[in-house]
Design a protein. Structure first.
Lengths: 295, 295
């Protein structure tokens, strides 16, 4: 989660998309895919993946970058499909028109599909030096986005007659954070135990921050519409328990994430990075104001 | 493409879906995914994959079955998304309600996504004995469905201001046939050259048959609405050149497919299977009637 990783991540994403404009491609779909990926958001998932790989004594940087690109492409795919008219009907995303707004609903469906495919392609292309690590990595990525409890499953809870809030959030947000942390360890040929907890806690914290920002944020700050949870009557901790309680919950999750970093050579810097990410999500001053607002 | 392969394919598909109902899954999404896969159609793509693997002296049947399941799951995913309201808005598929009709638009989007993910998961799970073959297999599957020229690209040509009919059909139908044939060879650790031509010709023939059936068929015969190409103003050989010319074109493509089978131990039986599949697509008597109808 260091800023130093950003250029490598952007390059890995550009490489993953390089072949989309090869001879014979439909220009508008290729443009829609590019629009979904660049310019990006915080790239928090690939940064988590790379940070874990580094903490695990990375020995195949190419594979770690391929895995990092894959988790980000899967995240982008989920955003494109989330913004579809049948879900959030969002017109903006990351401060620019959403894919469905800029390219239409049909190309948004296809761009999401193509991005999922590109994710698996990216990690496979990077596995040349460590072929034995590819199958577990594919399983991890699939677990983060598919059934029974990845992103698609999380989104599907909105279509069930009754919803389990913890399970919904865990699948919709936590699963890909867990997969990002696992993938970082697997790309480095390391044991994944321990890293999943870090991913889970960070995912929970990220979801809590998202709820808080949706209630407290401004369009300018987020680059996407706020108040969507209320407008769409989506379950939200901040709506249910108030901003102060949600912020205290967020801070507790960040503490737990820090505590979940396994002991290793890179654990001190990983903990510092968790703190920095927390401050990016909910700036300390805002958090203090939100907690104080309850009294 | 022998009927004997069907039970193995159905079992491999059931295994690929086994984990979708593990603890914590959203029941309706898991049901939608199952609905999209069972009962199936002709399973022509996985049969092609397995037939090629057998012709290449299959030495890892588990991997060949994983690859076969993967191409069928990708095919099912494309059907589910094709049937969405923004594309064909189809209410029936394979003689039953389409996924979007039975489960709604949102679960149809998510089921398609989950099926793409399950496809890559299935082949990765099957690669335990031959890890070196997984990366090329993933690349082949991705090429069949993604950018620049897989199924999503083919579908996207409908969203371009001008359309190249050959490129459109090659991407929308041919690409996954080519991938199925390639994957069969790769799963057997064999060279893919030669097999791509067989896949390409079969894919062209299948597309031609689909056009013919869309004009000449009945709802009962196909299990899906006919006349859709005309209703949706989709490019179609049969609409452009008439049924007789389209049927002659279909027969030429089948001849070419037969001729494209590389010389190997299993080539005689593969050629016989191409003939049998042709007769299933357009029964010989119907073909004769259609060709005669021009005079």
């Amino acid at each position: 989660m260091s800023m130093a990783a950003r250029p490598y991540i952007e390059r890995a994403l550009a490489e993953a998309l390089a072949n989309t404009t090869a001879a014979g491609h439909p220009p508008r779909l290729a443009a829609a895919v590019r629009h979904a990926v660049f310019p990006g958001g915080a790239r928090i998932r690939p940064q988590l993946c790379l940070a874990v790989a580094h903490a695990c004594d990375i020995d195949d940087p190419e594979l770690a970058l391929g895995a990092a690109a894959a988790v980000e492409l899967l995240h982008c795919a989920s955003l494109v499909h989330d913004d579809l008219p049948c879900f959030d009907a969002a017109l903006t995303r990351r401060g620019q028109p959403s894919v469905q707004c800029a390219f239409g609903e049909r190309l948004a469906v296809l761009a999401g599909d193509a991005l999922i495919v590109l994710a698996f392609e990216a990690v496979a292309k990077a596995a040349g030096r460590s072929p034995h690590r590819l199958a577990p990595l594919v399983a991890t990525l699939a677990g983060g986005v598919g059934l029974p409890s990845g992103i698609a499953a999380g989104q599907a809870w909105e279509c069930e007659p009754t919803i389990d809030l913890a399970r919904y959030h865990r699948a919709k947000t936590g699963a890909l954070f867990i997969a990002s942390a696992r993938a970082g360890a697997q790309a480095a040929g390391a044991d994944t135990s321990g890293w999943e907890q870090l991913g889970a806690r960070l995912g929970d914290a990220y979801q809590a921050a998202d709820d808080i920002r949706d209630v407290a944020g401004t369009l300018q700050w987020l680059g996407k519409p706020v108040g969507r949870d209320k407008a769409l009557d989506r379950p939200s901790l901040a709506r249910e328990f108030g901003l102060a309680a949600a912020t205290r919950h967020f801070e507790r999750l960040i503490d737990e994430a820090e505590g979940a970093v396994p002991e290793c050579a890179g654990s001190a810097s990983l903990r510092a990075l968790v703190r920095a990410e927390a401050n990016r999500l909910i700036p300390r001053q805002l958090a203090e104001e939100l907690v104080a607002s309850a009294t």
